[in-house]
Design a protein. Structure first.
Length: 364
């Protein structure tokens, strides 16, 4: 695994992202490559930058298998991304580049090693030219598609299950033991307060939180303690933000996972729970979550994963993980583009159905 950044710097400004620069930065991996032209297709600047371009490549670039349509992902939005672009670039360099699993193909990665930067670059396939569709986090999915979704997560988890490559990645944050995870509720609490006060939210929130949002801190801290000290089993690569809006369905039906900015070394039920609670209606989840968990485990075992916890153990872990989704979604504001109140309701109802608060040992 490479742990060295490319010696050619990543520009601070999008105006400096040119064919000449791309040629220079890719030369060490593809000697002789020349990007003869670069045409803008689409630009999206939010907390990260997704810059879709059409390249004109010389024969070296074509022979390397680099397509003419690619997406450059970095942080040219001047947004404090908390290092997530560097983290994603290192994921593609150390994991996705070497093993085929459900994530976009990448052709080049680089990152800025300076602690105060957090900048990273990935040159990846432009999925929009395939003819599939991007997931929308608030759309209805259905049980059959959810089953395909958990199967794709199992492939990700199995790819580096208890792997020496995983354990050697000392740059990779550990799930629920990094400030982005442990302080997430605190950082987003003001937004959670706004939603908590809305009558529509008060109509479905359970009694333990209806009158006192601050109680969510105690429940979330109990999950952090559980994840750090009680959850057992081999480690694996965890996506960390596995709602369906971070996925893409290829024309052949394969679901691939995008936005690896919260990638972690962790245990797999974090991803399973976060995905299932948002993807299924309350009725679907009540009727099918046990069978989907069994299906997920079977798919994980089929990857060759050893010492996978049994069905009953995974169920107990699943019961305890809803607070991660609770704190993430109750802070989601409609004006950000995802009207997610029905997702929040699904998650809190799941917590009640599963006895999550009691399972975590919290009493009010």
């Amino acid at each position: 695994m490479s742990s060295k950044p490319n010696p050619v710097g990543i520009p601070a400004h999008l105006d400096d992202v040119t064919a000449q620069w791309l040629t220079q930065i890719m030369q060490p991996r593809y000697p002789g490559i020349v990007v003869e032209g670069m045409e803008k297709v689409f630009l999206r600047n939010s907390h990260t930058t997704k810059y879709q371009v059409k390249l004109t490549l010389n024969d070296v670039g074509k022979a390397a298998g680099i397509p003419e349509n690619v997406c450059l992902k970095a942080n040219w939005a001047q947004f404090d991304s908390q290092g997530i672009c560097r983290l994603e670039a290192r994921f593609y360099e150390d994991f996705r580049r070497h093993v085929a699993f459900p994530a976009p193909r990448s052709y080049f990665e680089a990152w800025d090693p300076r602690p105060d930067s957090g900048q990273g670059l990935v040159v990846m396939e432009d999925l929009t030219v395939e003819g599939g569709h991007f997931g929308i986090s608030t759309d209805h999915m259905g049980v059959e598609e959810a089953a395909r979704g958990v199967a794709s997560l199992a492939r990700i988890h199995g790819a580096f299950w208890d792997s020496p490559v995983l354990h050697a990645a000392d740059w990779l944050p550990v799930s629920m033991a990094t400030p982005v995870d442990t302080q997430q509720l605190t950082m987003m609490y003001g937004f959670a307060e706004q939603n908590h006060a809305k009558p529509d939210y008060q109509a479905f929130l359970p009694g333990w939180i209806k009158g006192d949002l601050s109680r969510l801190h105690g429940v979330y801290n109990a999950l952090i303690d559980f994840a750090q000290t009680k959850e057992q089993g081999p480690w694996c690569l965890v996506h960390g933000d596995s709602h369906q809006g971070n996925s893409y369905v290829r024309p052949d039906g394969e679901r691939v996972w995008l936005d690896w900015q919260l990638v972690r070394k962790g245990r797999p039920i974090r991803d399973f729970t976060y995905f299932i609670l948002g993807a299924l209606t309350i009725e679907e989840r009540r009727a099918h979550d046990r069978e989907l968990l069994r299906h997920y485990r079977n798919c994980l075992v089929e990857t060759g994963a050893l010492s996978v916890p049994d069905d009953d153990t995974l169920w107990e872990y699943y019961r305890r993980w809803p607070p991660y989704a609770m704190q993430a979604w109750i802070a989601n504001m409609d004006e950000w583009g995802q009207k997610g109140m029905h997702i929040v309701e699904r998650i809190f109802v799941a917590g009640e159905d599963l006895g999550t608060v009691a399972a975590l040992g919290v009493q009010f």
